[in-house]
Design a binder for this molecule. Structure first.
Ligand code: FE2
Ligand code: FE2
Length: 206
């Protein structure tokens, strides 16, 4: 199976659009890497002024959370939440509500963290305490949400979707792919493009 590497959030070589749940798992791997990069950036800025490495790291984090992460949330809200809601299982219906509530809270915290990262991309140092507080809160919320989905959402949703058959899985994967093709051609980074030529990053990427 192959994956279109030009699409945001779909860079895993291990899964294709005909395996949408494997693609969702691959999105989680990328999310974990982006959270680690955010943590390293925040720690780096505790003892360094903003430099090209910090600007590049901030740009990478911004790209992930403004382009790929919203697509992933939409994947789950379009394809996973309805499965849980329509399952007739009270615990799964509750899990669907929890998922939507987590997404909303993650979006709210991101809106406060995003301007600080845009400051870094422009070469400006944000208030260190505020960046530390928001970055830690954002990482904690996402990690807890990843655990919740891993344990209480994905296995159940995968089983429910599997009962609908291979064709239903293919339709789900196609919708995910098509939405990325449309958005990818329209997406812009506003103030962040200015840092697009920054390379390479050494200290912050491991
Ligand atoms: Fe997720
Ligand atoms: Fe989610």
């Amino acid at each position: 199976m192959t994956t279109d590497k030009s699409l945001p959030g779909f860079e895993s070589p291990a899964a294709g659009f005909d395996e949408p749940f494997e693609m969702l798992d691959a999105c989680h791997d990328r999310l974990r890497r982006s959270l680690k990069l955010l943590e390293r950036l925040q720690k780096y800025l505790e003892s360094h002024a903003v430099d090209d490495q910090a600007r590049q790291a901030a740009l990478d984090v911004l790209r992930y959370f403004t382009v790929a992460a919203p697509l992933h949330h939409e994947d789950e809200e379009r394809h996973v939440v309805p499965l849980l809601r329509q399952s007739g299982d009270g615990a799964l219906a509750e899990a669907s509500r929890q998922l939507m509530q987590d997404h909303e809270q993650i979006r709210l915290v991101w809106r406060t963290l995003e301007p600080l990262l845009r400051d870094v991309v422009r070469g400006e140092s944000p208030a260190a305490d505020r960046l530390a507080d928001l970055a830690r809160k954002f990482v904690r919320m996402n990690e807890s949400h990843l655990e919740f989905e891993r344990d209480r959402v994905f296995p159940q949703a995968r089983a429910l979707k599997g009962r609908e058959g291979q064709q239903a899985l293919a339709v789900m994967g196609q919708e995910m792919a098509q939405r990325r093709q449309v958005r990818h051609s329209n997406v812009g980074m506003n103030g962040a493009e200015s840092g697009a030529r920054l390379r390479p990053v050494r200290l912050l990427r491991s």
